[in-house]
Design a protein around this ligand. Structure first.
Ligand code: 0GY
Length: 298
């Protein structure tokens, strides 16, 4: 029996026809943060999900990839699919080596399941601490997963609100795998880039050379809003300037849970030179760094 899903009444659907970017992505560019949703009739959404999205499957993702001039994708398991990674894995199977994945797993995942995911292109797991998306677990839960994924050379992607960094500091700084922080650690961009909150995040990156950062989601973090997302620029610039070898970029397509407006993905690409102004920084951010983390290691 096929289950049908109705997206949330206030769900904003991705823009099906973005504008062509004027910034030309360098060859080999990677969209290192995107998702797929279903389609729900083929890959049902998880019963424990906290939102029901529109369908946004692999065909639309590959279309966007080619339209923007991206070469490869890193598909991050979305919380609406829980720990059923089938939709994400199906993208990897269909991408002819041009996609890697970040999975959600539970502590009882078997070595065999992990190895099969590795074969198909998974290179990391995501730990999500954002309470509107998941119910976070105690640190011991995540340690049990790390013990299992570290031998495969995988890394951990963490998603948290800036205010929650202190609570998970000991966990994050205890990990020896690479740790990739989503969306700049979600700073409150109405505060100063030189203030104590962002200083704590910068300290994490300074003290832990295994911590990476996605300089993503100006549209999600901005309070000043579209089209320029000006208030987010100093935060992203600071991280790109200080840690050019540990930053990643991505579209965050299909932009879950945005309220008020849906960004034009062509403009999201055009935003890149504002956070990485030189060709050298762009090459690291878009090509070299994701290649190292997702394609060259193993
Ligand atoms: C993102 C951000 C969000 C959602 C998810 O997996 C997810 O459901 O990541 C969000 O709502 O902030 O990275 O797309």
């Amino acid at each position: 029996m096929t289950t049908t899903f109705t997206m949330d009444h206030d769900w904003l659907v991705f823009d099906p026809s973005p504008s062509p970017p004027t910034f030309r992505l360098p060859p080999g560019s990677v969209d290192a943060h995107c998702h797929v949703f279903g389609p729900g009739a083929i890959f049902p959404f998880a019963p424990e999900r906290k939102y029901t999205p529109c369908d946004a499957g692999k065909d639309e993702l590959f279309h966007l990839r080619d339209f923007l001039g991206v070469e490869k994708n890193v598909v991050v398991q979305a919380t609406c699919h829980g720990s059923d990674n089938a939709a994400m894995l199906d993208v990897l199977d269909s991408a002819a080596g041009r996609a890697r994945g970040v999975a959600t797993v539970e502590p009882d995942v078997s070595r065999r399941e992990l190895e099969e995911m590795h074969e198909r292109g998974v290179r990391g797991v995501r730990f999500n601490y954002v309470r509107r998306l998941v119910d976070p677990e105690p640190d011991a839960y995540y340690h049990r997963i790390v013990e299992k994924i570290a031998p495969l050379g995988w890394h951990v992607v963490v998603y948290f609100e800036a205010a929650d960094l202190a609570e998970r500091w000991d966990l994050f700084t205890s990990l020896d795998t690479p740790v990739v922080v989503d969306h700049l650690g979600r700073p409150d961009v109405t505060k100063s880039v030189d203030g104590p909150e962002f200083a704590q995040f910068l300290r994490l990156m300074r003290e832990r050379e295994n911590v990476w950062c996605k300089v993503t989601c100006p549209e999600r973090l901005s309070v000043s809003g579209p089209p320029d997302f000006t208030d987010t620029v100093p935060f992203a610039r600071r991280v790109v300037d200080e840690f050019p070898d540990r930053v990643l970029w991505g579209t965050d397509w299909p932009h879950p849970n945005l309220k008020g407006f849906m960004p034009d993905d062509g403009k999201i690409v055009d935003f890149i030179p504002r956070i990485a102004p030189s060709e050298e920084l762009q090459a690291k951010l878009l090509v070299d760094n994701p290649a190292r983390l997702y394609w060259e290691q193993n």
